[in-house]
Design a protein around this ligand. Structure first.
Ligand code: TRP
Length: 436
C-alpha cells in the first residue's frame, strides 16, 4: 500500500448533497422556468421528465459507474475500462468543456454576488422596472464591476475546492443544500400568495401539447443534460470519491429527483411574482437580474437577499463540481498538490472568465459550444464506453453494487437497453437538431 488512500465524501447524505449541489444551479433557476412557459407549460415538464428518465439518467449512471468503479479522473477511468484505445482522449474534451463552462458560469455567478450586495444595501427599493434594467446594464457597461464580482465568486469556489473533498466540497454542500431548499420554499410561499399570482401558476401548469415539437423535445433533453451536469466529467469525478459501499443507482435517482423538484420549485418562486407584477416572463439574465430584483424588493427587503443568496449558493456548488474535474485531473495525472492545482486553474478560469465578462460575443460562443458540442459528445462517449466496451456483467455488478441492491437489479435490463441504444441514438438526433 504505497499509494495514499483516495479521499472520499464520507456519508451517503454528503455524496447526494454534493451531486445535487452540482446539478442544482443557474440552469434550474433561470433556464428551466422560462423554458417551461415557452414550450407548453406542464406539457414541457412531462417531456422533460421523460427525457431525464430515459436518456439523461442513464448517462448519469454511466458516468457514475466509470468514476466509482475505477476511483480515477476522466482520463484514468476511460483508460482503465478501455486500455490502449483512443477513448481516453475524451478526457481532453471533458477538461476543455469543464474549463469553458466554469469560466463563463462564474461570470453569471459573479452577478449574483453583485446583486446580493446591492440587496443588502436595499438598492432596488423604489426603483421602477426600467431603472432596475438600467442597474444590470450599467453593471455590465462598467468593466471592473463584473470582474470584481467574478473574482469574488471564483475565489470562493476555489477556496472550498482547495480544502478538499470531504471537508471542503462535502461539508459545504451538506450544510448549504438543505438551506437552499428552505430559502426557495420561503420565496415560493411569498410569491404564490401575491395578488394575481394565479396566472403565473397557470403558466407553469397549463399543459399545451400543441407546443411539443422537435425543438421542444431537443430543448428538454439539452436542459436535462445541463441540469444534471452531464458530459464533462463532473458526475464521473464526484463518483470517484464515493465510498465502495455506496450505491450508484440510489445516488443517481435521488440526485435527479432533487434536481427536478428544485427546478419546478424555482418556477413557482419566479413566475407567480412576474405575473403578479403584470409582466410577461423574458428569457435568462434579463428576467433574473432586471425584472425580479424590483418585484422582490417590493415584497420586503429580505426577499431579494434570500433570492440572490439562493442563486449564489446554487451557483457555487455547481461551479465547484466543474473546478473539481480540472483539479482531480492535475492531482491524479500530473501529481500536483490539491492546493497548487486549484490555484493554477483559478488563475486560468479567471482569465477566460474576464474575457467572457467583457465580451458578450465570447460569452455566447462559450455557452453554445458547451451545451451543443462538449456535453453532447462527452455524454455519447460515456454511453458508448459503458454500453459497448464494458462487459455487461461488470456493468451489472457495478450498477447493483455487487448484487446488494435489489431495486437496481430489478431495473438493470431496462437501464442496459437505454444505455446501449436509446441514449446514444437520442443524443445523436438531438445534437443534429440543435446544430441545424
Ligand atoms: N447543472 C448545473 C446547473 O444546472 C451546471 C453545471 C454544473 C453543469 N456542472 C456542469 C452544466 C457540467 C454542464 C456540464 O446550473
Amino acid at each position: 500500500m504505497s499509494e495514499k488512500a483516495r479521499e472520499n465524501f464520507g456519508s451517503r447524505f454528503t455524496v447526494i448533497m454534493a451531486l445535487a449541489g452540482s446539478a442544482i444551479g443557474l440552469g434550474n433557476i433561470w433556464r428551466f422556468p422560462y423554458m417551461v412557459g415557452e414550450h407548453g407549460g406542464a406539457a414541457f415538464i412531462i417531456i422533460y421528465v421523460l427525457c431525464s428518465l430515459f436518456i439523461a439518467l442513464p448517462i448519469f449512471f454511466c458516468e457514475s459507474i466509470l468514476g466509482k468503479s475505477t476511483g480515477k479522473d476522466t482520463f484514468g477511468a476511460l483508460e482503465s475500462v478501455a486500455p490502449g484505445t483512443k477513448w481516453k482522449n475524451e478526457g481532453y474534451i471533458a477538461l476543455l468543456g469543464s474549463f469553458i463552462i466554469v469560466s463563463y458560469y462564474s461570470v453569471v455567478g459573479g452577478w449574483s454576488v453583485d446583486f446580493l450586495i446591492r440587496s443588502f444595501m436595499n438598492d432596488f427599493k423604489g426603483e421602477s422596472l426600467e431603472e432596475a434594467a438600467g442597474v444590470f446594464h450599467n453593471m455590465n457597461a462598467s468593466v471592473w464591476e463584473p470582474i470584481v464580482s467574478l473574482t469574488a465568486f471564483l475565489g470562493l469556489t476555489a477556496a472550498i475546492v482547495a480544502i478538499g473533498i470531504e471537508k471542503g466540497i462535502g461539508r459545504f454542500a451538506k450544510v448549504m443544500m438543505p438551506l437552499l431548499f428552505i430559502m426557495i420554499v420561503i420565496i415560493v410561499v411569498r410569491s404564490c400568495t401575491l395578488p394575481g399570482a394565479g396566472k403565473g401558476i397557470e403558466y407553469m401548469l397549463k399543459p399545451d401539447f400543441s407546443k411539443i415539437d422537435g425543438p421542444a423535445i431537443a430543448a428538454a433533453l439539452g436542459q436535462g443534460f445541463f441540469s444534471l451536469s452531464l458530459g464533462v466529467g463532473c458526475v464521473l469525478t464526484y463518483s470517484s470519491y464515493m465510498r465502495k459501499e455506496e450505491n450508484v443507482f440510489y445516488t443517481g435517482v435521488w440526485t435527479a429527483i432533487f434536481d427536478t423538484f428544485f427546478a419546478i420549485l424555482a418556477g413557482f418562486a419566479i413566475m407567480p411574482a412576474v405575473f403578479s407584477a403584470g409582466l410577461e416572463p423574458s428569457a435568462g439574465p434579463s428576467l433574473v437580474y432586471e425584472t425580479l430584483p424590483v418585484i422582490f424588493s417590493r415584497m420586503g427587503p429580505l426577499v431579494p437577499i434570500i433570492f440572490f443568496l439562493a442563486i449564489l449558493i446554487a451557483a457555487v456548488t455547481s461551479a465547484m463540481s466543474m473546478l473539481e474535474v480540472l483539479v482531480t485531473w492535475l492531482v491524479d495525472q500530473k501529481g500536483l498538490s490539491r492546493k497548487k492545482a486549484t490555484t493554477l486553474f483559478f488563475i486560468a478560469c479567471w482569465i477566460v472568465g474576464c474575457v467572457c465578462a467583457v465580451s458578450p460575443k465570447v460569452f455566447s460562443i462559450c455557452d453554445f459550444m458547451s451545451s451543443n458540442v462538449f456535453m453532447m459528445f462527452g455524454a455519447l462517449v460515456f454511453a458508448l464506453v459503458v454500453g459497448w466496451k464494458m462487459k455487461k456483467e461488470d456493468v451489472r455488478t457495478q450498477f447493483t453494487n455487487y448484487g446488494t441492491s435489489h431495486k437496481a437489479g430489478a431495473v438493470f435490463s431496462v437501464v442496459w437497453f437505454l444505455i446501449r441504444w436509446i441514449a446514444p441514438i437520442g443524443i445523436v438526433i438531438i445534437a443534429i437538431t440543435n446544430v441545424l
